[in-house]
Design a binder for this molecule. Structure first.
Ligand code: PLP
Length: 404
């Protein structure tokens, strides 16, 4: 047995989260793409079958009250809240991340008030956030200025309404400094709006503790809610009264069944709702969240860092020198829960890895991305992924050398 294989076995034997893997439906492929689509928790199919056959099939309309469908957006929000460091009543689930970005940015501009002329957007953002921020800016008469997260503290001015920042960069896995950037924005009088898609469920976020104003995130990555599972919106408690939604639907009305022509917003986080929730996806997510019962996010973070450290170590051992270069920060406090390796013909290499049972993903133009989901990724998975990557690269011509 190689050194790395022996080390993987020792790490797995000592891993307190290792038993959680049994709660997911997995096969013998190495799945390192849970940061795009989380694996299926075993409790979900049975729960969803019951929702369909009994709650929908037999109870029909009664389920809105008797099965708790109506209040599910807030109830499931309260299940997500501890994972992102929020007290109950601050997170509501519904709609996609893109739509919640729109709600958060427009509501943030409305709260920021007169005199603000610009929105700062993470220059390295996931594209949808940038597109929506630009449209929201056009609608509210503000300008958009792209700024690197590390430069926000220097670039924010008294004319900045808010900054929209990704907590973890989806390309490189860089963890941005949420406490520091939030504090810098606040000291200039601007709001902090965070996109948690690649951090929630992988590392502690601390929304309440750091005074974050607004946040959004998706639930189908590290939270394993399933394809298209609804996203969530967080609104800081002291801002909820001023949260003026750009999408005021009947579900966020103070009297949804009053059918009033005039809109009057409900109190609290219910203001973040729009229309009829996507009940099947929402209840699949609720069942998927059971795997988090009794799990401390600090333990998840510790394992995530151990997995990415071990992966980099195995890559250094197995992959011929010079064939890949890590674009993920080596410092723990700057690293999310993935490793991105720059590699010639990354698309072709990932296709071959997948054929050999190692699933990560390829991000244009030259990145191999490997996501570590500590609830079900083992150290043996990580060792095998690096070993197969080494085999694949040794069999392929070195494009770098060909080019001289
Ligand atoms: C995955 C992801 C999204 C996805 O948005 P959808 O509306 O669910 O398609 C948005 N932002 C970031 C940072 C993401 O990583």
């Amino acid at each position: 047995m190689s050194d790395h294989r022996a080390q993987a076995a020792a790490h797995d034997a000592a891993d307190p989260l290792a038993p959680l893997r049994e709660q997911f439906l997995l096969d013998d492929t190495v799945y390192l793409d849970g940061n795009s689509l989380g694996a299926l928790p075993r409790t979900v199919p049975g729960r969803l079958a019951d929702v369909i056959a009994r709650e929908w099939g037999e109870m029909r309309i009664r389920s809105w009250t008797e099965s708790g469908w109506w209040s599910a957006p807030e109830r499931v929000g309260d299940r997500i809240a501890p994972l992102v460091g929020a007290a109950p009543g601050r997170v509501v689930v519904g709609d996609s991340t893109s739509i919640n970005v729109f709600k958060a940015v427009v509501a943030g501009v409305r709260m920021a008030g007169r005199g603000c002329t610009e929105i700062l957007v993470d220059a390295t953002t996931f594209p949808t956030d940038g597109y929506i921020a630009r449209s929201a800016a056009r609608m509210t008469g503000l300008a958009v200025r792209p700024v690197e997260p590390a430069r926000i503290a220097d670039e924010v001015t008294e004319r900045t309404a808010l900054a929209l920042v990704n907590h973890v960069d989806f390309r490189t896995g860089r963890l941005n400094d949420l406490p520091g950037i939030t504090a810098a924005l606040h000291s200039a009088g601007a709001l902090a709006v965070w996109d948690l898609c690649h951090s929630a469920g992988a590392l502690p976020v601390g929304l309440d503790a750091h005074g974050v104003d607004l946040a959004v995130g998706c639930t189908y990555k590290y939270l394993n809610g399933g394809p298209g599972a609804p996203a969530y919106l967080y609104v800081r408690e002291s801002l909820q009264e001023r949260f003026d939604s750009p999408l005021p639907g009947w579900n966020s009305h103070t009297e949804p069944f009053g059918m009033e022509p005039e809109y009057a917003p409900a109190d609290g986080i219910t203001r973040g709702r729009v229309g009829t929730p996507d009940i099947l996806s929402l209840l699949a997510l609720e069942a998927a969240l059971d795997v988090w019962d009794g799990v401390a996010i600090e333990d998840v973070r510790a394992k995530s860092l151990a997995l990415s450290d071990f992966f980099l170590d195995c890559v250094a051992g197995y992959v011929p020198a010079g064939r890949v270069r890590s674009r993920t920060p080596s410092e723990h406090r700057r690293r999310g829960s993935q490793v991105s390796l720059e590699c010639a013909d990354a698309g072709g290499v990932m296709a071959e890895l997948t054929r050999r049972g190692v699933v990560g993903d390829f991000r244009h133009p030259d990145v191999l991305r490997f996501g570590f989901t500590p609830l079900y990724t083992s150290f043996a998975d990580v060792e095998r992924a690096a070993r197969v990557l080494g085999e694949v690269l040794r069999e392929r011509p070195d494009a770098g050398e060909d080019a001289g």
